[in-house]
Design a protein around this ligand. Structure first.
Ligand code: AHG
Ligand code: MN
Ligand code: MN
Ligand code: MN
Length: 379
């Protein structure tokens, strides 16, 4: 696709997308979705940057019987219980806020019939848009454990085509707007969310760090493209017109605190590359932020390999398949990189069984991922 001409920093996201749509009208709905996601990310960026000022750091609390934060009615200083999400994680205030911002932005596009979020127990069916072409999955605030230390966080999103419109309309006539696993009709409706990453129509992330950068791809012949938020303009401007991952890197990015729990094959691989005994004969340095968005963004730009391998205590690792592993693997592969599970399979071929299912995940430079695969023992 031809990118609008002119110095990069004058090409806003809006101008880029409208130039795409003028050459391919079928992208009209996707343009609306991307603009609403970008608007939500601008809002989340402001919330993250001002978290300390607005007392929005710390945990979301769930005072029994009263709204969180108000005086509980059964005696002073009742310990507020941290609110947990369906994954059993203590929710941060900003997890909940970011989720609300993104959910509303997507709902009000009127272009999405179904949403799944890390912070929503169940998928959300949107009555007003049941016959929409797309569904969306998202991690509203990734790396939220870093928020109180002002270390980089992000938002991850994926957009899938929805081929279950008629079933959704049938479901709408008979049910409320919550999609429950056990209800027969909605299992089909849920299918639109439970697609392998290879089916993504778009995926991307927004990183909230020293700058706010929106990176996404529409797949197919489209590049991986990056826009940086210009705070003076309040606009995302084009800064990375065609992101390609280096074929080989010299960074590995994994939580070595779990290495005593890893499979021997993975310990062996990391040991080799850190000693300069891998294929490139270079000694690899360790870089690990603890926010997938930050670690993947650096890997995308500098090369190397990122992994959340799983271990004897967490066979499927920590990352969730549909709104962390799939969108990030889709994007890195579109940028010429590679990705695989700890069994050496393609992440993009893993068919999800539930919206919060976890998966092991490695991604990064194609030659680094291919070298890792020579160590992995398929299950
Ligand atoms: P989230 O904050 O959305 O729950 O995701 C956190 C994830 C991911 O961002 C990061 O790569 C990983 O957790 C880090 O896990 P460990 O701290 O176990 O390494
Ligand atoms: Mn979380
Ligand atoms: Mn996450
Ligand atoms: Mn999250």
């Amino acid at each position: 696709p031809t990118v609008a001409q002119g110095p990069l920093s004058t090409i806003t996201l809006q101008r880029y997308l409208s130039s795409l749509v003028s050459s391919d009208e079928s992208l009209r709905e996707m343009e609306g979705l991307m603009l609403s996601i970008a608007m939500a990310c601008k809002t989340i960026s402001t919330l993250v940057n001002r978290a300390g000022i607005n007392q929005l750091t710390g945990l979301e609390t769930d005072v029994m019987g009263t709204r969180s934060g108000s005086q509980s009615n059964n005696g002073p200083n009742k310990k507020n219980k941290p609110k947990k999400n369906i994954q059993g994680e203590d929710q941060k205030k900003l997890d909940v806020l970011s989720n609300g911002v993104l959910k509303n932005a997507l709902k009000f596009t009127g272009k999405l019939g179904l949403l799944a979020s890390e912070e929503e127990d169940e998928a959300l069916l949107i009555e007003s848009a049941l016959d929409s072409r797309y569904v969306a999955v998202f991690d509203p605030l990734d790396g939220s454990s870093n928020i109180d230390a002002s270390i980089c966080t992000g938002t991850i999103f994926g957009v899938l085509e929805d081929d279950s419109v008629d079933i959704k309309n049938e479901y709408k006539r008979n049910n409320d707007d919550c999609v429950r696993d056990e209800d027969a009709e909605c299992v089909n409706t849920m299918d639109a969310l439970l697609q392998p990453g290879s089916q993504l129509a778009a995926s991307g992330y927004c990183m909230y760090s020293s700058s706010t950068i929106l990176v996404f791809t529409l797949g197919g012949s489209h590049p991986v493209i990056g826009f940086t938020l210009d705070p003076q303009l309040g606009e995302f401007v084009l800064t990375h017109p065609n992101m390609r991952t280096p074929k080989r890197g010299s960074y590995y990015s994994v939580n070595e605190g779990n290495s005593w729990l890893w499979d021997a094959s993975i310990r062996h691989y990391i040991d080799k590359i850190k000693r300069g005994e891998g294929q490139s004969k270079k000694r690899y340095s360790s870089r690990y932020v603890g926010s997938m968005v930050g670690d993947v963004h650096r890997t995308l730009l500098y090369g190397g390999i990122f992994g959340n391998p799983g271990d004897v205590q967490h066979r499927n690792g920590k990352l969730r398949l549909i709104y962390e592993c799939s969108p990030m693997s889709f994007l890195v592969e579109q940028a010429g990189g590679g990705s695989c599970t700890s069994e050496g399979k393609s992440v993009l071929e893993v068919v999800p069984e539930g919206v919060h299912q976890r998966s092991t995940c490695w991604l990064g430079s194609i030659e680094d991922v291919e070298e890792l695969k020579t160590y992995l023992v398929p299950e």
